[in-house]
Design a protein around this ligand. Structure first.
Ligand SMILES: [Zn+2]
Length: 218
């Protein structure tokens, strides 16, 4: 299940040149979707156009609708695609989140998505972090929330708005998913998954306020 963040009445972050998060993440999500279908996966999107997932609902209702779609399917993986924003225009880089009480599989998914984006796109590596964003805390399968880059940073806004770079992001995420299933295939059910490379430390970060709703952070 691919979850392009925001949509419709909820634009998410907006860059200094006017780029909207909802548009960037939908473009990247559609590339990821096409790649995964090509790889033989069954793929669903929480939204495929510029709409709210729960039309007319509050932001909290919209987030719950995304979780419900994934849990009721049920999806094997949940990937929520976002772009970051900060008051400091110099803030930059790519980061990936799993929930605070995440399974080893969620942590593996987050590490592999982050590694693939850093390898292929090459923005600053802000690492893998733990935070209880609503959609990754409440989905009942391995779940990651990726923050592609900072729309509040003028340089990264240009990268994020560039269709050629959106293609690179989408391909990088699909490679991360392929890596995840390759690793998982060699592990017994419920056994811890070992991935090369160290965890950057699960630092809590401010993140994207729209996803912090009901976060219940500890
Ligand atoms: Zn967002």
């Amino acid at each position: 299940m691919i979850d392009p963040g925001h949509g419709g009445r909820f634009p998410g972050a907006i860059g200094p040149a006017g780029t909207k998060e909802k548009d960037v993440v939908l473009a990247v999500s559609k590339i990821l979707e096409a790649d995964l279908i090509e790889m033989g996966a069954e793929v669903r999107m929480t939204r495929s156009t510029d709409v709210e997932v729960a039309p007319g609902a509050s932001l909290s209702g919209d987030l719950k609708a995304r979780v419900d779609l994934a849990n009721q399917w049920p999806a094997d993986l949940f990937i929520s695609v976002h772009a970051n924003s900060a008051e400091n225009a110099a803030a930059k880089g790519t980061e990936t989140y799993h929930a605070v009480q995440a399974s080893d599989r969620s942590k593996t998914l987050a590490k592999l998505l982050q590694k693939s984006m850093i390898d292929d796109v090459g923005l600053t590596d802000r690492g893998v972090k733990a935070s209880n964003f609503y959609v990754i805390k409440n989905t009942r399968m391995p779940a990651s929330l990726v923050e592609l880059g900072f729309l509040s940073n003028p340089g990264e806004e240009q990268v994020l708005a560039n269709p050629a770079m959106q293609l690179v992001f989408g391909h990088a995420l699909s490679k991360g998913v392929a890596d995840y299933f390759a690793v998982e295939a060699h592990v017994k059910p419920d056994a811890p998954v070992q991935v090369p490379g160290d965890d950057p430390g699960d630092l809590l970060a401010p993140g994207d306020p729209a996803e912090m709703l009901f976060a219940g952070r500890v």
